[in-house]
Each structure stands twice: as C-alpha cells, then as structure tokens.
Design a protein around this ligand. Structure first.
Ligand SMILES: [Zn+2]
Ligand SMILES: [Zn+2]
Length: 445
C-alpha cells in the first residue's frame, strides 16, 4: 500500500479514537433514572387521599394555584366552571348561588343567579351581553334574586337580543318559572319604560323555557352539540330541579338544593363534575351559630337538604371525576367536618365549590383541576362584546322627555346657571333617530 493512501486512513482512525465518548459512568445513569422516576407514583403506589391521577393542571394554565381572569384562553375542548356565588346567606366572600359555565366552543351558560353574584361577573369582566342562557334549579331567592337586575341592565350592556330563561314548572301554574318571569316583567314596568328611552331592542322580551318539573331526563336545551337534561328533586316544594350538561365528551351535574336523590345517581354516573349542595348537619352546633332552635334547623335539613354524609353516598355511587360541595357557608370550623362526613362513603376526588370564584377546568382527557381566582378589589363595567365590524343600535321606544311631564321638567334648573362660563357642553337631550342606527363597532378594542 502506498503512503498516500495509508496516511488519510490512519488520520481518520485517530480522529475517531480521540472523539469517541468515554464509557458512561454507571453512577450517572443511576442518578438520571432516579430523577426521572422518583416521587412519581406511576402506578407503583397511591399518592394522598383525594388527588387521584386525573386531578391535574393543564400545561396552558398561566398559574396552577390561582386563576388570573383574562389571561387564559379556553382551549377548544375545555370546560371552565366558575362559582360566582356559593351560598345562601351572602357574606363578604360569598354571594347567593350562581355557576358560570364556559365551553371551548364559545357557549356560555349560567345556572342560578343568586343574590350578589352579579358583582362577581363584573369583577371577572364578563359582559352581560355575552350571557344569553340562564337556568334555574328552583325559585328560592338565594338562587334567583339577581335575575330582575340582570334582565333590566343586560340591554344597557348591549344585550339587545332576548334573554333565554330556563326553569321548572310547578304543581300549579302560579308556581312555575313562566309565571314568575311574567310577573317579574310586570314588577319592572317602571324600570322598563324609563330605560326604553335608550336602545333596548328585544332585551326586555325574555323567552321562557319552562320544563315539566316531573319529566325525569327531559331535555331542557339542545344546540351546538350541547345537551342539558333535567329531573325532579325533593326540596321544600314541588318544582325543584337538577341539571346535567353534556358537550364534547365533557359533562357536569348541578343538583341545586335537595334531599339525596336516586335520580342524581342515575343521571350523573361518571360525570366529570358532580356539583351538589351540602350541609354539615351538625345541627346542635350550627343552630347556635345561626341563632335558631336546633329543632328548626333539623326540620329544615331533614326535609329539604343534603347532609355531607348523603353527598358522600351519592358520589360513591355515581363516581364523578370530582365531587363538588357548594351552597355552603365556607367556615373553617366546619370544613373538616364536611370532608370527614363525605369520606365516610366516598374515596375519590373532592372539592368545595366555595367560597366565591373557585374555578374548575375540565381539560385534557377528562382531567380536572380547581383553584381560587384573583379578582381585583375594584372593577368596572366590562365593555360589551360584538364580533361584527358594525353595531346596530336599536331605536329607543321614546325620548326621555316623552315620559317626564312639562310641570316636572319646569323645575329643572337651567344648565346655564350651574355650568361655569365656557364649560357648558352641547347638551344631548334627544336620541337622534327614530330608526335603528348602524355604526362602526364603537366597542372594538
Ligand atoms: Zn338554596
Ligand atoms: Zn332552596
């Protein structure tokens, strides 16, 4: 062989020998394996008592332990559930019951609209004109007393299409939701006529969907791949109702207030979230706190409500991905008692749907996660959302001065008397058109 050929071959051999990695250190391999697996159960043991494997945060969360409203885009296959109200006696951190459900397809649903809950919708910048479907479990005021305000002020935030209101019939017509809404609209006659000087459109023409309260499994709503069914439940009087929502393989039940109900077990088997009211049923202690005779507290619970033992029983039978207790005064002294009672029967994932703003996500392969939400100490009315490049303002029914008589107006102090020199603006005393007015979207960001 000639040197000219041998030299490059030798050079290549030396280069390979020099660049070859040393044999891996077995201790390093062991350490890498240790860090890859240690601490993760991976089926080798059961970690904790309630944090079962499907309790997990999603990778797109901005923060795992706190939901910062407005920072997380809902994924197309995800459901977000926010407790805007979580109890029956409102306090500094809790409003009357209201559950806000957002689906990845853009649909939004509200279940119950109890006292004070609208403050939380504002705090989380949920424009009223994006809420078009409200469901009621029953007509106790801790579940519905914000409805008159919502119905009256929704059009002022651009809610110019009819609000759809769903709820049960009663044993007689006068106890059904249609009767209630009909008379709510009569109760608000003065408010409506006064606000009809502004664009309202069909905002004061709610469409009521009254479901037969006895129709077990009846469909209350079906559109866009969303199905909501209902069934009767025993709570103080005929007409109380529970709901189940299904969409895209995700599901949740909200039972409202009731005694533990076999239909809930039947209709909520295997749902992602089973949301129920809960009572500690520690009557002797809690009646003192409430300042009522123990017998009265016992009578209320024993005829009409769900003690935590009962909730544990239902969740053990229905096996939801997470069992959620709400309609609950979130008191530190009773929290452990609730958990202990629930776990007497049920070993799966458990959470409180309280205090207000606790937020649940159903994501991934049916994984669930929950956390508190960071709401600002103060908030402003969110701007309405219109997707279109133009917005058509409906013509008001009348002008303000059509509904104030001249003698009352005569007492108005002329503005010239109280505007300083040079500060009197051009006053807007009339809506400019008697027809609808199409404008470039003034709410666009
Ligand atoms: Zn209630
Ligand atoms: Zn009730």
């Amino acid at each position: 062989m000639r040197w000219k050929t041998v030299l490059p071959v030798l050079g290549l051999l030396v280069a390979v020998l020099v660049s070859a990695e040393p044999a891996p250190d077995p201790r390093l391999l062991q350490a890498k394996e240790f860090f890859g697996t240690a601490g993760n159960p991976e089926g080798r043991w059961t970690e904790g008592e309630t944090m079962v494997p499907h309790v997990a945060p999603a990778s797109h969360f901005q923060a795992t332990m706190i939901y910062y409203p407005g920072t997380e885009e809902l994924q197309s296959d995800e459901v977000r559930v926010i407790f805007m109200g979580s109890t029956y006696y409102p306090n500094e951190s809790q409003s009357g019951m209201s559950i806000f459900v957002e689906l990845g397809n853009g649909n939004r649903f509200v279940f119950d609209l109890g006292i004070g809950s609208l403050r939380n919708y504002n705090a989380l910048s949920i424009p009223f004109n994006t809420i078009n479907h409200v469901f009621f479990t029953h007509l106790h005021m801790d579940h519905m007393s914000d409805l008159p305000y919502f119905t009256m002020f929704r059009p002022i935030q651009g809610g110019w299409t009819p609000l759809h209101i769903y709820g049960p019939s009663g044993s007689e017509k006068q106890y059904g939701i249609a009767h209630m809404v009909h008379h709510m609209m009569k109760m608000t006659a003065w408010h409506q006529d006064s606000f009809h000087s502004w664009p309202i459109g069909e905002g004061y023409a709610p469409v009521v969907h009254e479901v037969d309260f006895m129709d077990a499994g009846g469909v209350a709503y079906e559109a866009d791949g969303v199905k909501i069914i209902h069934w009767p439940t025993s709570h103080t009087k005929d007409g109380a109702t529970s709901y189940r929502l299904d969409w895209n393989g995700r599901s949740l039940c909200y039972t409202g207030d009731n005694r533990p109900n076999s239909l809930t077990i039947e209709y909520c088997k295997g749902v992602d979230m089973l949301i129920s009211e809960v009572q500690t049923a520690t009557v002797s202690v809690s009646s003192k706190a409430l300042g009522m005779p123990a017998a009265m507290a016992a009578y209320t619970i024993d005829t009409s409500h769900t003690p935590a033992y009962g909730l544990g029983y239902i969740c053990e039978k229905a096996q939801p991905r997470v069992c959620v207790a709400t309609h609950y005064g979130y008191d530190e002294i009773f929290n452990n008692e609730v958990v202990a009672q629930v776990r007497h029967h049920y070993r799966g994932a458990f959470a409180f749907g309280a205090p207000d703003l606790v937020t649940f996500n159903i994501h991934g392969e049916g994984k669930v996660w929950w956390r508190g939400a960071a709401a600002a100490d103060s908030s402003q009315t969110p701007r309405p959302v219109f997707d279109s490049p133009t917005v058509t303002f409906p013509a008001p029914r009348h002008q303000v001065y059509d509904v104030i008589n001249d003698r009352v107006r005569a007492n108005e102090i002329p503005p010239e008397k109280w505007y300083p020199e040079g500060h009197k603006p051009e006053l807007v005393r009339e809506w400019p058109l008697t027809e609808d007015l199409e404008m470039p979207n003034p709410f666009a960001k």
